[in-house]
Design a protein around this ligand. Sequence first.
Ligand code: G6P
Length: 615
Amino acid sequence: MCGIIGVTGVAEPLAVLLAGLRALEYRGYDSAGVALVETGGSELWRLRAAERGRSIDKLASEVVAAPLDVGAAIGHTRWATHGAPTEENAHPHLDCSGRVAVVHNGIIENHRELAAQLAAAGHRFSSATDTEVVAHLVEEERGAGAPLAEALRRCLPRLRGDFALALVDAGSPETIVAARRTAPLVVGRSDTGAVVASDIAAALATTRNLFLLDEDQVAELTPGAIRLIDAAGAECSPRPLAVSWDVAAAQKDGHPDFMAKEMAEQPLALRETLLGRLEASGATELEELGLDGPVLKAFRRVVLVACGSSYHACLSGRNALESLAGVAAEVDIASEFRYRDAVLGPDTLVVAVSQSGETLDTLHAQREAKRRGATTLALSNVVDSVMAREADAVLYTRAGPEIGVASTKCHLAQRAMLGVLALHVARARGALSDDATRRHAADLLGLPDAVSDVLARAEDHAAVAARHAAVRDVYFLGRRDGFSVAAEGALKLKELAYVRAEAYPAAEMKHGPISLIEPGALVVAVATRSGLWEKVMANIAEMRARGATVVAVATDGDAETAAVADDVLLVPETGPLAAPIVEIVPLQRFAYEIARARGNDVDRPRNLAKVVTVE
Ligand code: G6P
């Protein structure tokens, strides 16, 4: 998974390209590259760098050698799938003549087969990527006389897999052609220019006049114009895209990194997500959902599917749906759900939870659910994301763009949104008393303040993290919603600090993992009064008896928990829906501080990407 940007007809195309690549770096940062077509000389100029995390800086320092008179230009930031993260494998990739350049996000599944056919026809390959076949396929069609857009259109049926592609050709100095299947790509035009990009944020510097591309359509961008053809070659009109984010929302605003900024934005993300959707009376307003009361009442089962942090949000979402709405609910990891022959039907609502709305495993799980006759609901942070467009119903978290690879504000917003959904379904089913509804609403509405309160304790929480910065193995324990918090805390520590961290339902430790506990092991236990506190206390005692050091996430004023823990991460008392959301915040800080103490790049942890568009 990678980021694509292309511009034509803009002033300072290289500066726009590099800024776009920086905005897209969250999609991958193994290497970066650009290809430009010189307007007068019809030459193609390419520059690539593979210096993990510093590639764009390297490009910026070397673009002085670029031609001055540039027409179309494309750029790419890579998360390596096929082929090591080297300069040879960095995009753009060229055809044999060096006149066609392609950038690609996704995977061409049948690339080996295509490469063998192309090699037999005399094509020479210079990378180990799946992408390069596209340049050679287009070269063949160009050789047969097809204009660039038509050449790409003819190639698409031969490609298997998921992709977003943008190409330039030295023979058409001001033209970019682009196409997508599953992977995201937006196109836009200004009065004099045009842009193609993997996401809205990267395109916004050029224009707000953006459009969606449907699968297998080909867009031809020329200065000030977009022409679209469908798979059959017929001209069609682009669908406008509503844009609400602005470029400023994707800057660091004085924070040392995006993760710090995004953690600080959590109260706002929660406020925006709850706004207009939940009243103090408990009344919910989710008209946007498009599923009315009788429909919600008719479901006999809800299945939540997601990956990574979004999956952890679903663990609590399931609990809320069962306990508030009394509807059978289950949760599965999207990549497992997709292949497990789940028994689904019209009585099942499948909720696919994804910040990006484009995680391939979740997208395919959603498609599989639809294929099996379930109603699908996408819960996404990105408006008009692929999943949002394909689902029967959509709910948006309103956390704004999240750039840090490790999800923070979007994760909290997902949990809050699932809480509202559970209340909404509960009301539709008449499952809760008015009193209970009001209590839960107050709990959720108090979230922005409660999370602000936790953020204000950053120094205390950082001091605890500093005491454990050298840790090597950590066990995160919790029960019920506390387990979902433990799972998220462990993931954060793993992905940011590169520390071995495992999460277990606390009582499950005694069925095996407890044999790993010896003096020096660190246990982080979610032991607030909101959950199964007494039970967790007993589990903590089991760990201490074997020599573990214990850090407890505990409720303000809880002397009993403080007495059995070596350190406490205190949080204010809340009701059960807000509790897991509040409890995660100190664990984010814990991972953040340990990662920074070890000199890690928290925004771009090694081997990870924010949006995973491969299986
Ligand atoms: C990646 C990110 C995680 C994220 C997961 C699911 O692994 O690094 O932070 O939770 O994808 O992403 P989604 O966009 O589907 O929520």
